[in-house]
Design a protein around this ligand. Structure first.
Ligand code: GLU
Length: 463
């Protein structure tokens, strides 16, 4: 068989949403698995709704996920080619000019509806042999009987009665080619062998097959993947939360987690959940694509993300944390210092946003540290200040600010004064972090370093 070629064909009218991203991933994986080519075709023919910003946002989203393409095409630059194919169909008698105005066609549809028939254009210009003219469209001379059948890679055998299909418009009265015609010409001329796309296109496929047949061409293989649903089993939408891929990046999801998650949404390989990029490519075939709709589950995405955060290189995580810390008012480029803190937080963070919120207190200037009011009023008391002062002196006197040294000061103080560790733990924690939750005390102190630890204990003593 010739080399496999797949494509992703987004309309650039907004961000890359998770449904589109998943279709792109499936098409990309199919090509990669078969050492084929992956084409990105920006379907920007709707000049009103398409914007360069949306195109860029889609490219950014695909880049973020690590989906690379072998070829990038813009549909709007191919109008001449589309028209050449329409001319071919006119010449071979597979298409014809139609002079019926939209109002006339609407009336036909209405009449059919009233008579209990399927509303469609009634073919009245099929045999009129009209030529071009003001207000005229070009229609496909579609078969009136029989059915259009194909084997869907996901849904299995599909059969569509030809009676239910119009003589569809191929060229509008303003001269522009229609969507179905453009997609067929593009898929054919780009050598696309396999089309994977969303289920919302399932009704277009028999129409496109009719165009292939009229042109005497073999259609590619088609597969339609089910929609992604929200937890309420309705089509995933803004109501359910973030729907654009870039929002997940902003929320601190790692791209490899998103890639893994979206692939598993409608595809499986035994009961394996975690896949490296290489494994996805190795295992992906359309045989294991599910035909029922999948529910987007943020909890599972976060679980996967946590697994990837644990595995990731702390320096990379540190780089990714920089903008998230900046959003929290911490302008720093000290990735080394951040990377040193990452192992403390990696086992307990579901997202990078969560991690940034957890470790920001380490990086903030001592005089800018914000103390939680509740924590201060409960734990920074006259009584606890006595302990804080004594422990501060003990830490200051340490020849080496080490784990053993810190533990010795804390445990020694508790023992000598016959206290429970509880009596000092939260006061010290609040004093050095501003909050009541943090990693262990010596870990936190080591993360801060001696100077900052002492400065913060001093600050608490002035409260
Ligand atoms: N441009 C279409 C869309 O964004 C996809 C066309 C196709 O995959 O055939 O929905």
């Amino acid at each position: 068989m010739s080399r496999m070629v797949t494509r992703f064909a987004p309309s650039p009218t907004g961000f890359l949403h998770v449904g589109g991203a998943r279709t792109a991933i499936f098409s990309w994986l199919l090509a990669k698995h078969n050492q084929g080519r992956f084409v990105l075709r920006v379907e920007d023919t709707d000049r009103q709704r398409s914007t360069p910003e949306a195109t860029q946002a889609i490219l950014d989203g695909l880049n973020w996920l690590g989906l690379d393409w072998d070829e990038l095409e813009y549909q709007s630059q191919r109008t001449e080619l589309h028209n050449q194919y329409i001319d071919k169909l006119l010449e071979s008698g597979q298409a014809y000019w139609c002079e019926c105005s939209p109002e006339t066609v609407d009336a036909m549809r209405e009449k059919a509806r009233e008579e209990g028939r399927k509303p469609k254009y009634d073919g009245s210009c099929r045999d009129k042999n009209l030529g071009p003219g003001e207000g005229r469209v070009v229609r496909l001379k579609a078969p009136l009987t029989g059915s259009t059948d194909y084997m869907d890679m996901v849904k299995g055998h599909i059969s569509w009665p030809n009676q239910e299909m119009d003589d569809m418009i191929l060229r509008r009265s303003d001269g522009s080619p229609t969507y179905n015609l453009a997609v067929v010409v593009d898929d054919h001329t780009m050598g696309i062998t396999h089309v994977l796309r969303g289920e919302d296109h399932v009704a277009n496929t028999p129409r496109q097959i009719l165009i292939y047949q009229a042109l005497g061409l073999t259609p590619p293989a088609f597969g339609h993947v089910p929609m992604i649903l929200g937890p309420d089993k309705k089509k995933l939408s803004k109501r359910h939360g973030a729907t654009s891929v870039i929002e997940y990046e902003k929320d601190g999801i790692l791209p490899e987690a998103m890639l893994n998650y979206l692939t598993r949404l409608g595809w499986s390989h035994g009961d394996q959940e975690i896949f490296s990029r290489e494994e996805l490519i190795e295992f992906f075939t359309t045989d294991n694509l599910g035909s029922s709709a999948a529910v987007f589950d943020t909890t599972k995405l976060h679980w996967l993300n946590a697994q990837y955060i644990k595995e990731a290189d702390p320096r990379r995580i540190a780089e990714l944390l920089l903008p998230l810390l900046a959003e929290r008012g911490i302008e720093t480029n000290d990735t080394e210092a951040i990377a040193a803190l990452v192992p403390m937080y990696a086992p307990r963070s579901k997202t990078l946003v969560e991690m940034a919120a957890g470790l920001d207190f380490f990086l903030v200037d001592d005089d800018k540290l914000v103390y939680e009011e509740k924590g201060v009023s409960k734990f920074i008391t006259d009584e606890s200040k006595v302990h804080i002062r004594a422990i501060r002196e003990g830490l200051d006197a340490l020849p080496e600010f080490s784990e053993e040294g810190i533990d010795k000061v804390l445990n020694g103080y508790v023992e000598t004064n016959e206290l429970k560790f509880k009596a000092i733990a939260q006061p010290i924690r609040v004093a050095i972090t501003g909050r009541t939750q943090s990693p262990g005390l010596h870990e936190t102190m080591l993360g801060l370093g001696k100077e900052k630890t002492l400065a913060r204990l001093d600050r608490a003593l002035t409260m």
